[in-house]
Design a protein around this ligand. Structure first.
Ligand code: FAD
Length: 495
């Protein structure tokens, strides 16, 4: 039977390589013979520690036990992102993963809230979101009463790849350590084998390029171009550093804007991941490093690491007998922690469209079409944070405030501003509440809202709003502290 298996070769052993390996072996293992090649000499990018809630369903699909995974990766829970200094310096708002209030089929909750505000009551929109209030109170549980809490994770990227590697090898994935020196192709342009520095040749029927920014297979060998989006997303550099934890981990990421970039703070159980993202056109590496090192809460425990990238996407993620997964397929930037999500959607799509034989040209075309739509929506959502700034304290923010934005985003912002209408994006990733939190958080207050929100008499609306607010406050009061929950549920196994 082994001979009839499709031979899959995965080049690269970072998060995308090992997630590809484990996904394929756990779901299609009986049909595939999988080999992963990675080079200890090169190593992995070593960042990518914040996720979004879609990862939970993905883990379930491939059979990852949450407690085992969290203990192995020193993980914490993530309920959203706090954005500081984005609209204006000193501003703060939260993009939470939770549902805000209660929507009707006709009007979204923020429109009911706007009606309440117009009538002089209603408090803050934040008061209606359980995940948001829990995050700010540093509390967490997986559910309260019958309501499930919507969450994601922060985890140690290196430990995550190791965790997946162990599971993959136990399930039958073969690992080859070595530097890929040569990529051979047949007369049709399909890849036939990878040759390592020690002369060993790894042959395959289908190849997955997980070589990170190097994009050895899809870029260097198959010559698929890269669509540069730096005119929309100017960041091209980052510096990452880890610090000692000085407080119990909070259940959210912080994204703190500076005068020419922004800084992340990602709390794990035993340390904190930090980094600054910036554009080298607006900030020198030395100044970026000084800003980062001056804004740490704990003592550094690693050397600051410089990273370079070009925002954009691979023109085709699937070409010939090769699919690019992870950084080789493109990179937007880490602001909304969407890269690992894109690895999981790429793998889901690949498993659904897996090329077991026959002509796959149209399949690849459909795959590439879906990947393009997905990347464009995420791109728009990220641009929104930068473009909607009111900051005018540096050339960096002047650039973003006045830049040309994609038509799709301009359309969305204009409708929200004029009518208060927001909608789920085409790929179903950023929900209405996500768009509303960021658009309102950065200063768009709609001029109108749906009149369906006025159907209730004032007293009825007031009562409804009070019930919803109290429900959130009472639920948060019952929740345990985030760190207590972690200590019981998934204490870190090791550093
Ligand atoms: P890599 O980790 O770079 O792995 C590449 C692999 O290819 C390595 O194993 C390497 O050894 C191998 N390789 C390369 N060349 C060769 C060769 N010649 N021979 C043999 N092997 C080779 N994502 C998120 O979801 N959340 C975040 O918070 C987040 N933050 C980020 C912050 C920054 C600054 C950056 C740059 C990225 C961030 N990302 C984030 C993205 C995330 O890091 C990646 O999506 C994820 O780590 C996957 O990377 P990868 O596996 O594609 O590449």
């Amino acid at each position: 039977m082994t001979d009839s298996k499709t031979k899959v070769v995965i080049a690269g052993g970072g998060t995308s390589g090992w997630l590809s390996a484990y996904s394929l072996v756990s779901r299609l293992g009986s049909l595939l013979d999988i080999t992963l090649v990675e080079s200890d000499q090169i190593g992995t990018i070593g960042v990518g520690e914040a996720t979004i809630p879609t990862i939970r369903a993905y883990h379930q699909l491939i059979g990852i036990d949450e407690q085992e995974f969290m203990s192995a990766t020193q993980a914490t829970f993530k309920l959203g992102i706090q954005f500081e200094n984005w609209g204006q310096a000193e501003d703060s708002y939260f993009h939470s993963f939770g549902e805000i209030g209660q929507r009707s089929w006709m009007a979204e909750f923020h429109e009911f809230w706007m009606e309440a505000k117009a009538q002089g009551f209603g408090g803050s929109l934040e008061d209606y979101c359980l995940e948001l209030k829990a995050a700010k109170a540093n509390k967490f549980a997986k559910q309260t009463g019958k309501k499930n809490i919507n969450y994601a994770y922060h985890f140690n990227a290196t430990a995550y790849a190791t965790f997946l590697r162990t599971k993959s090898e136990m399930a039958g994935v073969k690992r080859e350590e070595g530097f890929i020196e040569q990529i051979s192709k047949d007369e049709t342009g399909n890849i036939t084998s990878l040759t390592l520095g020690n002369g060993k040749e790894i042959t395959g029927d289908f190849f997955i390029d997980c070589t990170g920014f190097r994009a050895l297979l899809i870029g260097e060998s198959l010559d698929v171009g890269y669509q540069d989006w730096s005119h929309y997303l100017a960041a091209d550099s980052a510096i990452a550093v880890q610090t000692k934890a000085v407080e119990e981990p909070i259940p959210y990421t912080k994204a703190m804007a500076h005068s020419a970039g922004w800084q992340w703070r990602i709390p794990l159980q035993n340390r904190v991941g930090n980094g600054i993202v910036y554009s080298s056109k607006f900030l020198s590496d030395d100044d970026a490093r000084t800003t980062l090192m001056g804004n740490l809460t704990g003592e550094p425990i690693s050397e600051p690491r410089q990273l370079r990238f070009t925002t954009g996407r691979r023109e085709k993620a699937w070409h010939k007998n090769c699919v690019a997964v992870g950084l080789s397929s493109g990179f937007l930037e880490p602001l909304e922690s969407t890269s690992i999500h894109l690895v999981t959607t790429a793998l889901l799509r690949l498993m659904k469209m897996f090329p077991f034989g026959g002509n796959t040209v149209l399949l690849a075309k459909q795959y590439n079409h879906e990947v393009k739509l997905e990347a464009e929506t995420i791109r728009d959502f990220i641009i929104l944070h930068y473009h909607l700034t009111e900051r005018d304290d540096s050339p960096f923010w002047d650039h973003y405030r006045s830049m040309e934005i994609p038509e799709s985003l301009a359309h969305r912002m204009a409708i929200f501003k004029e009518n208060g209408y927001a909608w789920l994006d085409d790929i179903g990733l950023f929900r209405v509440d996500s768009w509303v939190q960021v658009m309102m958080g950065q200063g768009i207050m709609p001029e109108q809202h749906h009149k369906g929100s006025c159907v209730l008499p004032t007293e009825g609306l007031k009562e409804q709003m009070t019930v919803l607010r109290n429900r959130v406050a009472n639920a948060v009061a019952q929740l345990p502290q985030h760190s207590d929950f972690i200590k019981k549920y998934c204490p870190a196994k090791s550093d």
